[in-house]
Ligand binder design. Sequence first.
Ligand SMILES: [Zn+2]
Length: 454
Amino acid sequence: MCTHKNKNFDGEDSIIDGSKNKKELNQILMDNFKDYGYYGYCSVNIDDEKSVCTNVPEPNDLKSELNNINQNSETKNPTDVSTELNQNNPNLAVLYYEDHSSHACSNLKIPDFEKPERLIDAFQYLKDNKIFNDDRCNLVTDIDKALEKDLLKIHTKSYVSFIKNYSKKGGGFLGDSTYVTKDTYDVAKMSAGAAIRSAELVIDNNYSYSFALLRPPGHHAGKSRYGGFCIFNNAAILARYLQQKKGIEKVMIVDWDAHAGNGTMDIFYDDPDVITLSIHRSPHDFYPRTGFMSQIGEGAGEGYNINIEMPVGSENVEYKLAFDEVIIPLIKRHSPDFLICCCGFDGYYQEKTVQMNLTSKGYYQMIRSIKSVFPENFVILMEGGYHKHNGKLCHSVINALLDRPNPIHDDLKYSKYESQLHKKVYNKAFENIFKIKEMFSLSSINDQSKADNL
Ligand SMILES: [Zn+2]
């Protein structure tokens, strides 16, 4: 069973409507987290009146055999310095604000996956590694909240008012893995404000790129809908801001969070001026259970929404194929005036319940790939990533942007058996990518990419 009844504020009721008894509410909570893929972490005691999630044990072993992989130990000293690097000395702004930590559900007695430590630890990691002791990588902390009128470019008035008022009353768990605290309205406006500032730094302050470490994430939020930890859709708010305030016509949003960017898709589904592309784990059996390849937009927006469904267990080589064969050709084709990347780190192999197998090299590769056709003037906004490795992955992304080698060594090693399983994953990914190329009339797939060559 899955419960989405709460999602829409224009006409539908909230699940937290007072009509449910404790047991029903607990069941709904359990279903919501199960739906998001985090059930393995959550031990629900429905007999406990005070606590919904009574303990948070180590994750159950929900991984497929494919995920039982040995990995190399990591080292911070890169040995694979590429000679192609260090050409134009691009510079980067990294945005961070401490105030996000008051959006925390620790007092709500629910599993706290989208928690402040996700960013606090990542930021600390970057500081410890002296990322900001560098003329080419500047930390920016003077960020203003997005204005209500900026939110209203995307979200309905009733939805914004709901979040504002719910926050004012102290908040609570909304359902669909989303919670609100008394500070959430302000923190979510900061998150959207960081997205806007990240683009201003590129457009007005001559930064080559910005990377915004923000939360709550945004890509599941629709016009009048929260979901999957998301309150306001940061990327969508930025896209409209750019069009209305900066005279930018065509924006493209490329989202590689492990979950489909369904909120962003819905918002721009009939809009040809914001091209939305999401590469994610196939939603047939995975949150948000939408974001299928067949969903290509409608009306004037038909052909401007792209979903790339990746099979469970996909890793760097499958993502590289998707980038080479679909994403990069589509960026070239649309030639957007501005590019927004939604960067979720939950496709990382350490995100146990998501069951994808990207390593730092995968994220590094994606950025390098984008830079090969869109060398400057884009921003990266944080989305998901609930494991403890966000700092390292941020470091990989930053180094990719600055034309430096990947600092993290976390390659996966497959046994013979795992290699066989991986071939199946690759074949399925290949099939999907081939299908998308046909759907979008992209040139036929390169023979070199076929599975035999894996
Ligand atoms: Zn995600």
